[in-house]
Design a protein around this ligand. Sequence first.
Ligand code: NPW
Ligand code: K
Length: 488
Amino acid sequence: MIGLFTAAEIRAAEAPLLAALPDGALMQRAATGLATVCLRLLGRAHGARATLLVGAGGNGGDALFAGAHLARRGVRVTAVLLAPDRAHAGGRAALVRAGGRMVDPSAAGAHLNRADLVLDGIVGIGGSGGLRPDAVAVVDRAAAGPALMVAVDVPSGVDADTGAVAGAAFPATHTVTFGAVKPGLVVGEGRAHAGEVHLVGIGLEEHLPVPGAWQLTDADAAGRLPLPDAGDDKYSQGVVGVVAGSSTYPGAGVLCTGAALRTRPGLVRYAGTAADGVRAAWPEAIVTDGRPSDAGRVQAWVVGPGMGTDDDARTVLAEVLATDLPVLADADALTLLAREPGLVRDRRAPTVLTPHDGEFARFGAEPGPDRIGAARRLAADLGAVVLLKGDATVVAAPGGTAFVNATGTPWLATAGTGDVLSGIAGALLATGLPAAEAAAVAAHLHGRAGQLAAAGGPFVAGDLVRHLPATINRVRGFRPGGLPDSEP
Ligand SMILES: NC(=O)C1=CN([C@@H]2O[C@H](COP(=O)(O)OP(=O)(O)OC[C@H]3O[C@@H](n4cnc5c(N)ncnc54)[C@H](OP(=O)(O)O)[C@@H]3O)[C@@H](O)[C@H]2O)[C@@H](O)CC1
Ligand SMILES: [K+]
């Protein structure tokens, strides 16, 4: 798993190193790594032009020392000093020694128009709020030019802890970050501003605490998808119960049941008024048009998609929540629960709620720019795992542990994909995975399935279901020949 660390955690981890190492050694590590990534991105040194945007703090120092490395390799480097008197003195001297130039912001335009690479060293983890007006002007000019936009540590104007952008921020194509990945690079508006994230180690690893937030890799997801073994039967792999869809709109039931079957094909039981449609689409499922209690024994329930919000739906929801089994509640179930949150708070067994922003807001407040914080607050309030859907879906457990999803494609924003996610997560809950992990792995698989489906062009939710077996194989590292792949 990739840990996500706040600015305060990084500063605390830096402290013993700063005390033990010679002055400036940590910054040299950062600048050397930064220059190496820049050279790789440029693909050449001689003849290339780099413009540095340099603020008053350590972030500007990184940019100046990296600029000195680039200049020594033959890159034509110009530093635009936004605070000329306060820019890192050692960094300025190093750049001048290496043959780089320094200019005022008023002279930045001509350099930015011709730059192959712009390095954003305006502000890093020491910043707060959006870019200031003088910085906005040069950043706008840089963005209008042809250069690769590379952020140092954090795109300036992005809150490293939350990804919030108050005003303007540097729109990076790449971010070279030091010591550890910050949450703000992978979630919310920060994710869109960070581009591709490159992590440069500076020796912090052993000083970092256990993180409060994580990203899963394919290997992490694979480790939570055990293969059936010779001792398994159709009951032992986790039986999922699905309550979704209606006689008029059976689609949600069909998609949700299909996704559960394709994720963990042991046994899926369906109970609800879309029974005929589900039976026709998935003869493998055991289907009743009765109540959940008529469905037979299950290990987890999925309830809500397309089931309506009338009194009958409320009764069925209450019946499912009254069990001592893990329950995933989505869509119409969320509308009902926002009216009656006590139904969740009173539960002892795990509950997973999967709202999009609109459904989230019905519980009392919009998610706002700090999506991890918002998901954590609702999770703590309800005592449930909250999976907040978005460009980077966030999963938060009641105790505060969070996961930020790293997979997906904008093509997933299409009707029915949420029903598929619910089915995947339900199947994983039924295997006995801890609820937050089941939700996080489901989001990971759902995003990967979307990426795989999108490779064939625009897709609909049913295509996601069809792609699930290949997705799971891919995540496990199996290729079509069935041989394990050593790549993560
Ligand atoms: N510690 C180390 O040795 C290492 C540190 N490292 C590097 O240093 C960075 C941290 O350095 P830091 O602490 O100096 O803070 P930093 O991010 O440069 O910002 C402070 C300056 O920004 C200004 N400013 C604030 N908000 C602003 C805004 N919205 N828009 C514009 N300006 C704004 C603020 O100005 P002021 O408010 O004082 O006017 C202040 O002068 C870290 O991200 C990493 O890159 C690495 O080399 C590893 C080793
Ligand atoms: K920066």
